[in-house]
Design a protein around this ligand. Structure first.
Ligand SMILES: NC(=O)c1ccc[n+]([C@@H]2O[C@H](COP(=O)([O-])OP(=O)(O)OC[C@H]3O[C@@H](n4cnc5c(N)ncnc54)[C@H](OP(=O)(O)O)[C@@H]3O)[C@@H](O)[C@H]2O)c1
Length: 222
């Protein structure tokens, strides 16, 4: 199988690349070529992608022309800490939307021929429980919450629209994970999160397509 993982130079994406590279052909994307060696040392192939640049998405799709992708994992994301209204910055809000929601949608659009050429036809989004309206009892993190809620809406539409093509869509919260984004006080190590995510992806089928789940399979509220 061929697996493409965005944001694979560190954090959860790198751990997923490590897991899949033991079994499959893996393409991991990086923004900074200096991270590429982390992927090549795993036996994975590093490709450039900056989700802020639509031209970069097109270039990635061009580089992968005629390459089937069985599993596309939209993992890359950004979080700008916003604790109260004074922290709001329009640029950061728009960047969050671009990287966390619009970028994955444009990438899916660009790589749809590759997904259709693959056998597994699994389209995965690493989202966040912070995108849940129901779970938002503590507020703050305006840009991040809004962008992950937008990503959830995007993924839900894709699940409906691509069903007839046989594409299954997984939306997974990875847990609170010890990465640059999650910080050192997070509850989970990256290996536990990635192992759970890989189990979810392995069991993703038509019945589960479009569901919002935690890395451990717990159904999550929208
Ligand atoms: N850690 C948690 O507790 C947690 C909880 C819920 C959800 N998540 C989600 O899980 C995913 C992975 O998070 P993580 O904790 O592994 O974060 P991380 O350690 O901060 O890594 C983020 C990854 O996204 C990439 N990225 C950022 N901006 C990008 C852009 N414009 N174009 C392409 N790639 C870009 C980064 O690449 P560079 O190295 O080039 O910056 C990096 O590889 C994210 O979607 C995040 O929202 C994480």
């Amino acid at each position: 199988m061929n697996v493409l993982i965005t944001g694979a130079g560190r954090g959860i994406g790198l751990e997923l690349a490590s897991f899949y590279a033991m079994r499959h052909r893996v393409f991991g994307t990086v923004r900074d070529e200096r991270h590429a060696h982390k992927l090549t040392s795993l036996g994975a192939e590093a490709l450039h992608l900056d989700l802020n640049q639509p031209a970069s998405i097109k270039a990635l799709a061009k580089a992968l022309t005629d390459t089937p992708i069985d599993i596309l994992i939209n993992n890359a994301g950004v979080l700008y800490p916003e604790h109260d209204l004074d922290d709001i910055d329009a640029f950061n809000f728009l960047q969050s939307m671009q990287v966390n929601a619009l970028g994955p949608l444009l990438l899916t659009q660009a790589l749809l021929p590759n997904l259709l050429a693959g056998k597994a036809k699994k389209l995965v989004f690493i989202t966040s429980l912070m995108g849940s309206m129901t779970d938002n009892g503590s507020g703050s993190f305006y840009s991040y919450r809004a962008s992950k809620a937008a990503l959830n809406a995007v993924a839900k539409s894709l699940a409906a629209d691509l069903k007839s093509e046989g594409i299954k869509v997984g939306l997974y919260h990875p847990g609170w994970v010890q990465t640059d984004m999650g910080g050192p006080r997070a509850l989970l190590d990256v290996g536990t999160s990635a192992a759970g995510l890989s189990e979810r992806i392995a069991s993703l089928d038509d019945n589960q397509s479009g569901q919002f789940q935690s890395f451990d399979g717990t159904p999550l509220p929208w």
